[in-house]
Design a binder for this molecule. Structure first.
Ligand SMILES: Nc1ncnc2c1ncn2[C@@H]1O[C@H](COP(=O)(O)OP(=O)(O)OP(=O)(O)O)[C@@H](O)[C@H]1O
Ligand SMILES: [Mg+2]
Length: 386
């Protein structure tokens, strides 16, 4: 790379001088206040855009185009453009007839995903920012709403209480819940062209929910989802982590396939409720990991029983040992049961996880016993990688 070319605000503005706004074709980008910050660090450029109430199918290609214009500048080694606010109100939704909302389900065909992947992901390049992460485990489920996210945050906190440095990547592009569950608010920091994870309860966390306004419908489809995942993988400064837990969206769609093919996941944990464990969706989730040579480290049964707050008696509302028996049939370790308890729900919904505010309480014990089984597995993975 030739460093003799100096990049400055002027050269950047020159490169973007003729760029028009797709949703207002007579307006030049430079005549608007869409560019919030321009940061130059030797031969790297970082730009933050403030884009609101714009259809993401227009905003995302525009972001990519700016990146492309700048990366062609002589002397530029890296050009990154982020959108710090992408909201879509009801008016835009009704105007954008071509938008599919909710997002069309991917057909899960590997060939489609692979061809998209070729286009959007540089498959041969290892992701540098993950070099300092010793172990990456996905938390997945076949069905939605079974408790992946609440299990992820409570396991993360319990692992951190054991002295591990823990991160969470919220890979649920369509319904990110990690920031809310960890009580994280505010704007994400960008340093040296990298997103800096937010910290809560000793956990580093990153989520698309920190980059896109909360409660806004995210109408991204295949390629855009892949771009978002790529950004969450490669543009985050994790620093040294013993373990990164990846909170997956439900099912076996683009995110799962993109992730399992772009990074080396060390394993996956499957969360299920007693009613859902025998369903085909759960088996499909397990099968996808096994097919991509990602070891399924265990099954966790969530909402297994009700624990009476007075006498501590367990009531198995949906029957006992469903997941345990299914795990044994599938030759997958069974890691434990988590009771259905108001404190688990309120902790997650209020941003104060139960394991953080009451680590000694009966609610936290279920997570501790799962961690006691998981901890040696994590240790083994770390040793193997050294
Ligand atoms: N063991 C539990 N006891 C009580 N409430 C729970 C328990 N586990 C999860 N919940 C609650 O159930 C709801 C769904 O949980 P969560 O969001 O963790 O599921 P999910 O599998 O991540 O969902 P999605 O598929 O939508 O991402 C949340 O309100 C959460 O607080
Ligand atoms: Mg979730």
């Amino acid at each position: 790379m030739n460093n003799s070319f100096s990049i400055n605000q002027e050269t950047i503005k020159e490169a973007l001088a003729n760029l028009m706004i797709p949703w207002s074709p007579k307006t030049r980008l430079l005549d608007t206040d869409l560019i919030e910050t321009i940061h130059i660090d030797q031969n790297k450029i970082h730009i933050m855009l403030k884009i609101q109430n714009i259809d993401p199918t227009q905003a995302e290609p525009f972001r990519a185009k700016i990146e492309q214009c700048l990366s062609h500048l002589q002397g530029v080694e890296q050009a990154r453009v982020f959108m710090n606010a992408l909201s879509l109100d009801k008016k835009d939704l009704t105007l954008s007839k071509h938008l599919v909302f909710p997002p069309k389900k991917s057909n899960n065909s590997e060939s489609t995903v692979l061809s998209l992947k070729k286009k959007y992901l540089d498959t041969n390049k290892p992701i540098e920012t993950l070099n300092t992460v010793k172990c990456i485990i996905a938390i997945a489920s076949g069905k939605g709403g079974v408790g992946k996210s609440s299990t992820t945050i409570n396991l993360a906190i319990t692992l951190a209480q054991k002295g591990l440095k823990v991160g969470i990547m919220d890979a649920d592009i369509y319904g990110p819940s990690v920031p809310h569950m960890l009580g994280l608010k505010g704007k994400i920091e960008v340093r040296n062209h990298k997103l800096i994870p937010m910290i809560a309860w000793g956990i580093s966390a990153i989520s698309i929910g920190m980059l896109v306004p909360k409660d806004q419908a995210v109408v991204w489809r295949g390629p855009m989802v892949m771009r978002a995942i790529k950004q969450l993988l490669s543009d985050v400064e994790w620093g040294k982590l013993d373990i990164l837990l990846v909170d997956m969206p439900p099912g076996t769609g683009d995110v799962q396939i993109t992730l399992s093919q772009s990074i080396k996941l060390d394993g996956a944990l499957i969360v299920s409720t007693p009613q859902d464990i025998a369903l085909l969706d759960t088996k499909k989730g397990i099968y996808l990991f096994q097919k991509t040579q990602i070891p399924v480290l265990g099954i966790i049964e969530n909402m297994s029983y009700f624990l009476c707050p007075h006498c501590q008696e367990k009531t198995y509302i949906f029957g006992k040992d469903g997941a345990k028996n299914e795990a044994s049939k599938l030759h997958i370790p069974f890691l434990g049961e988590i009771p259905i308890l108001p404190a688990i729900r309120s902790g997650a919904d209020e941003g104060i996880p139960v394991t953080a505010f009451n680590p000694e309480g009966p609610e936290s014990q279920a997570y501790q016993s799962i961690v006691s089984l998981l901890y040696p597995v994590i240790k083994k993975i770390k040793i193997k990688k050294q």
